[in-house]
Ligand binder design. Structure first.
Ligand SMILES: Cc1cc2nc3c(=O)[nH]c(=O)nc-3n(C[C@H](O)[C@H](O)[C@H](O)COP(=O)(O)OP(=O)(O)OC[C@H]3O[C@@H](n4cnc5c(N)ncnc54)[C@H](O)[C@@H]3O)c2cc1C
Ligand code: FES
Length: 256
């Protein structure tokens, strides 16, 4: 059983707007005190008060301000479809903040690689690293221009970034994994995105010798370590709960 150091709070929808592609942005105001989230942590949001669909849905805490927590979400199924219908003022429950396995801050130069909405798992890290005086470059890739909706956040925050699209509609044509060629081994890599992207990064980082930390996604039912629905295997064959031992892991320590 896991130690419960998160809250189950009511949150009020303060903003919910479509950006582009499948991407939406939601700002949530917790109605009660919650611990300050750390980079890599996530929340489990109640998307329905019925059993259709069952369970809460996991979203990276992408950013926060004095009153609210921000999430970016892709509408991919029933739960996220219902979220896109939430009106301002709606109240739902959320577990937060969740996740104990977080990023590594060693080294002075950090390349943060996000695939699609996976960038939301890296934004707080970028801010924390910058506060520590580290050099930070974001690499952001997706199928095409309209799937790079988090560019608004990168621009507003003034981060240096490199864009990749599969179809070349903006930035470099190709895949984010190619960015590793342009950055020496002194750059530590943190990445979040679809599994094929993370696997490709892992094999490339093995060749280039970069240190790599991955924020993983897995189907989650509870989000706090009790249901074992999200387990993956460590490189030694032991079970790891993505929600509890993760979601961030040293790429060498897990089997992808
Ligand atoms: C720690 C964590 C952080 C996450 N952060 C974000 C985020 O910031 N923004 C965001 O848009 N999404 C994020 N996700 C994924 C998000 O939880 C799912 O997209 C969401 O639960 C889908 O709910 P649904 O009911 O709309 O889709 P469903 O109807 O349940 O499924 C629709 C499709 O999405 C796939 N899917 C569902 N859940 C997941 C999952 N957990 N991982 C991968 N594929 C999934 C299914 O296989 C299916 O193909 C995160 C997941 C985890 C575990
Ligand atoms: S989601 Fe229940 S243990 Fe991870």
């Amino acid at each position: 059983m896991s130690e419960r150091d998160f809250r189950d709070v009511r949150v009020r929808v303060a903003e919910n707007r479509f950006i582009s592609g499948k991407l939406w942005f939601m700002r949530l105001e917790p109605l009660g005190s919650v611990p300050k989230p750390k980079a890599g942590q996530f929340l489990m949001l109640e998307v329905s008060s019925t059993y259709d669909p069952m369970g809460r849905r996991a979203f990276a805490i992408a950013d926060y301000d004095d009153k609210s927590l921000w999430i970016y979400y892709d509408v991919v199924g029933r739960g996220t479809g219902l979220m896109s219908l939430f009106r301002e003022g709606k109240e739902v429950r959320a577990f937060l903040p969740l996740g104990k396995g977080l990023f590594n801050y060693e080294g002075d130069r950090h390349l943060l690689i996000g695939g699609g909405v996976g960038l939301a798992g890296l934004t707080l890290l970028g801010k924390e690293l910058r506060t520590l005086g580290k050099e930070v470059v974001f690499v952001y890739g997706a199928k095409s221009k309209e799937h790079l909706g988090m560019l608004e956040w990168l621009k507003r925050e003034g981060f240096e970034y490199i864009l990749y699209t599969d179809d070349g509609s903006v930035g470099r044509r190709g895949y984010v994994v190619e960015a590793l060629r342009d950055f020496g081994k002194d750059w530590q890599i943190s990445a979040c995105g679809p599994y094929p992207m993370l696997k490709a990064l892992y094999s490339q980082a093995k060749k280039t010798g970069h240190r790599l930390y991955l924020s993983l996604e897995s189907r989650m039912a509870c989000g706090w370590g009790v249901c074992l629905g999200c387990v993956i295997k460590s490189s030694e064959g032991k079970f790891l709960r993505v929600c509890y031992e993760g979601p961030v892991f040293n790429a060498e320590s897990v089997r992808l």
